[in-house]
Design a protein around this ligand. Structure first.
Ligand SMILES: Cc1ncc(COP(=O)(O)O)c(C=O)c1O
Length: 443
């Protein structure tokens, strides 16, 4: 019998590729003998009164929060936190309404389907992956409408864009609303000087994918509770996570987070500062050379590829010729994610490869304009209703049953329960979506 996964991983690893994509450990870890289960002495992630609890205390002291491990990434932490917020709202006799910037990852939509809280969207930024939410806009909404239990924002986003969390947290708290941040792309923000981590900027809850930007295994994630949040959250967090998680959390993942703590508490900030400077230097050189970059966080390099004459996919193909693999591309963008584990020689290979790509005439085709679709029913109601898969041109006026995303970035353009307007069809075609699952009873 063949072993296609092993074969692919082995051949990829031995080709010495430049890994400009997640995870942050860049392929250094390998420890099968440590793959255990919850044997005597190994503690249990959802009890954590032994070695895991001890390690989580170390993490808490590093982040200055009540911090917990997830062995299933931010996806699990997002479900856990949204469940806790829903429960908290009910305990307080409030409606479980969450106001979310629209560039939410699919884990947020899955949570809405599983938990059935109410969602109100706060709008997009310049495209579906970004948010232009400002404290002023949030102030206007909170002053005039129903008070949500929490505001949910995604920052940094997949392109590296960030919103002003400090100002948004201040507005939330003035209106008696909690702030939860999907900080999947920002675990490293704690170690900048000064810290730009959401918890330090006033967020009540932050979920971080350790694996995306720190040297940890894929699946390694954190859930941080601000020490000022109601004790309800800390008391219920383990049971809440157990509700959505596998009963077999990977010890390799837990081990990789535990091994990381002394590094985070020690020299990581220094290494981060060093790579941040190198990336800033590369960004300047790329800009001087003629590439247009998205402004944003310090650890991502995102190129607006069409102004250099390529789609994101075409530029990615060019880089692959030099054995360089990117984190993300679509028609308009290409995102590179170096980390503290990226070597100088790899950064040099990256810049040489980009400089060797011939500039072409600007591509003017842009994503067609579209608005947030009309909501007809909740994501849960829509996803629990019988459905049928139809080509997109037969979907106008129909209600979406199953949120369809391409991953990465796994950010939906249209969400379950929304009506598919005519304006959306060219957008779906632009992003290569050819069919959608819509409610059946409308046929
Ligand atoms: C913005 C955002 N949130 C959440 C997630 C889910 O994170 P994880 O893969 O750690 O479960 C991702 C994954 O790419 C993401 O990009």
């Amino acid at each position: 019998m063949n072993t296609p996964i092993c074969d692919f991983l082995e051949s990829y690893a031995t080709a010495s590729p430049v890994r400009m994509h997640m995870p942050g450990h860049k392929g250094i870890a390998e420890r099968d003998s440590h793959d255990l289960t919850e044997i005597v002495g190994a503690d249990c992630l959802f009890v954590a009164d032994g070695i895991i609890g001890e390690s989580e205390k170390n993490l808490s002291s590093i982040y200055g929060a009540d911090s917990f491990y997830s062995a299933e990434g931010s996806s699990l932490s997002i479900k856990t936190a949204l469940y806790l917020l829903t429960l908290y709202a009910r305990e307080k006799g409030r409606k479980p309404l969450i106001l979310s910037a629209r560039n939410a990852h699919r884990a947020f939509i899955s949570s809405a389907i599983l938990i059935d809280f109410d969602v109100e969207w706060l709008g997009w930024g310049s495209d579906y992956l970004s948010s232009s939410l400002t404290a002023e806009a949030l102030e206007a909404r909170l002053a005039s409408g129903e008070c949500p239990v929490a505001v949910y924002i995604t920052s940094p986003d997949y392109l590296g864009g960030m919103v002003d969390i400090g100002a948004i947290a201040e507005v939330c708290h003035r209106h008696g609303t909690l702030l939860m941040v999907d900080n999947a792309h920002g675990a490293y923000l704690k170690f900048l000087s000064p810290s730009c981590h959401p918890i330090d900027l006033g967020a009540d809850i932050s979920v971080d994918s350790a694996h995306k930007t720190l040297p940890a295994l894929t699946g390694a994630g954190y859930l941080h509770l601000n020490k000022s949040i109601d004790g309800f959250f800390k008391e219920r967090v383990k049971d809440a996570m157990a509700l959505f998680a596998s009963t077999s959390p990977s010890y390799l993942i837990l081990e990789s987070m535990d091994r990381l703590n002394p590094y985070l508490a020690g020299t990581f900030s220094r290494d981060l500062q060093s790579i941040v400077c190198k990336i800033a230097d590369i960004k300047q050189k790329l800009t001087d050379f003629g590439f247009t970059l998205v402004r944003g966080e310090s650890m991502k390099i995102t190129i607006k590829t069409k102004s250099y004459g390529y789609t994101g996919e075409e530029l990615s193909n060019e880089l692959q010729k030099s054995n360089i693999y990117v984190e993300f591309f679509d028609s308009d963008y290409l995102t590179l994610m170096p980390s503290t584990a990226t070597m100088d020689e790899e950064l040099d290979r990256l810049t040489s490869a980009l400089f060797s790509i011939e500039r072409r005439p600007v591509i003017s085709a842009a994503v067609p304009a579209f608005a947030i679709p009309e909501r007809v029913m909740s994501p849960r109601a829509a996803s629990m209703t019988p459905s049928v898969l139809l080509p997109i041109d037969k979907c106008v006026g129909r209600v979406l049953s199953e949120t369809s995303v391409f991953c990465p970035p796994a950010v939906p353009i249209i969400v379950s329960g929304e009506r598919i307007g005519e304006d959306l069809i060219p957008v779906l075609a632009y992003y290569g979506i050819s069919a959608l699952r819509v409610l059946k009873d409308e046929t």
